[in-house]
Design a binder for this molecule. Structure first.
Ligand code: PBG
Length: 330
């Protein structure tokens, strides 16, 4: 009791503060999302994601080497698919020589020790911009799971270490796990986006990949019939526990900052590593505010990343990963 206990003693100077600090950010914490496009010598800035780029394979190679030299050891790949290759079934997703499959090989060759994770979802390949097959205004579950399973196998064959299904179809984890076991991919892991909310924070990402749901009759305008309702908490636990039972090695909550209550709850409830995806809209907000001089970019970035870790994230997927690594390497 005061004055016997004076809590400020532990905050007196930097040395004592570092000694009692509970959460420390290192480059080991991060997954780096990377956007890949066709072409040569392409490094295009994404309009709504300042200082974030789409890379063609040759420049992807350069970028991953740079990430590696900064101490970032895991990447999560996304591809932007040309319109003429999109259809309702996402057929291009399982092309063994498709952009994703070549991107996996590019990273594996450029940086043999880099961990390669891949986004498994139909939306960048879907002519309707959905994560599943659309039929009469409905997103089909089981038929979409078949595509996601084939897509996962295709990524595993190309050399992905982990696949990350981000679609929120029911039963896709067990289907992918069984297919991996059948084909001998015993060591290929699954990061499940187990609690993914139907969030408006994904806007800039959909610009980056040109993957937003299209405005057409009989095409749902949003992803509310598969991604979770932001109002729900218990459902996140249920979804996550099911994915672990089905064989997920790592589970993920997405978005990050608005969902840290869910992160803590899941961290307390499960015993597999918990990942958090700080999404594109979160990145865009800080970039915009700091461009205007309204927020101190690096300070707010570190505060946000620390908050995500403190909430229970073992792994953080973030577009700030490289910025943080550069700051930590200073
Ligand atoms: C694709 C996918 C999305 C994101 C990751 N994978 C978009 C979506 O579900 O619409 C969002 C990532 C971000 O906003 O940074 N299924």
């Amino acid at each position: 009791m005061y004055p016997i206990k004076r809590n400020r003693r532990l905050r007196t100077n930097d040395a004592i503060r570092s000694l009692v600090r509970e959460n420390i950010i290192t480059t080991n914490d991060f997954l780096v999302p990377l956007f890949v496009v066709e072409g040569k010598g392409v490094k295009e800035e994404i309009a709504s994601m300042p200082n974030y780029f789409r890379y063609s394979l040759d420049l992807l190679e350069k970028e991953v080497k740079e990430l590696w030299s900064l101490g970032l050891k895991s990447v999560l790949l996304f591809v932007k698919v040309p319109d003429n290759l999109k259809d309702n079934k996402g057929s291009e997703a399982i092309n063994p020589n498709g952009l994703m499959q070549r991107a996996i090989k590019t990273v594996r060759n450029a940086c043999p020790d880099m961990l390669v994770m891949t986004d498994v979802a139909m939306d960048p390949y879907s002519s309707y911009g959905h994560d599943g097959i659309v039929e009469n205004g409905i997103i089909l579950n089981d038929a979409s799971v078949d595509v996601l399973t084939e897509m996962s196998l295709s990524h595993a064959r190309a050399g992905a270490h982990f696949v990350a299904p981000s679609d929120m179809m029911d039963g896709r984890i067990i289907s992918i796990r069984e297919a991996f076991e059948d084909e001998g991919f015993y060591d290929t892991g699954i990061v499940s986006y187990s609690a993914k909310y139907a969030s408006a924070f994904y806007g800039p990402f959909r610009d980056a990949l040109d993957s937003a749901p299209v405005d057409m009759v009989d095409v749902p305008k949003n992803k509310n019939s598969y991604q979770m309702d932001p109002a729900n908490r218990f459902e996140a636990i249920r979804e996550t526990e099911m994915d672990i039972d089905e064989g997920a090695d790592i589970v993920m909550i997405k978005p990050g900052l608005c969902y840290l209550d869910i992160v803590r709850e899941i961290k307390n409830a499960v015993d597999v590593p918990v990942a958090v995806y700080q999404v594109s809209g979160e990145y865009a907000m800080l970039k915009a505010a700091s461009e205007r001089g309204w927020l101190d970019h690096d300070a707010v970035m570190m505060e946000q990343i620390t908050a995500i870790k403190r909430a229970g994230a073992d792994i953080i997927a973030s577009y700030f990963a490289k910025d943080v690594a550069i700051l930590l390497n200073k």
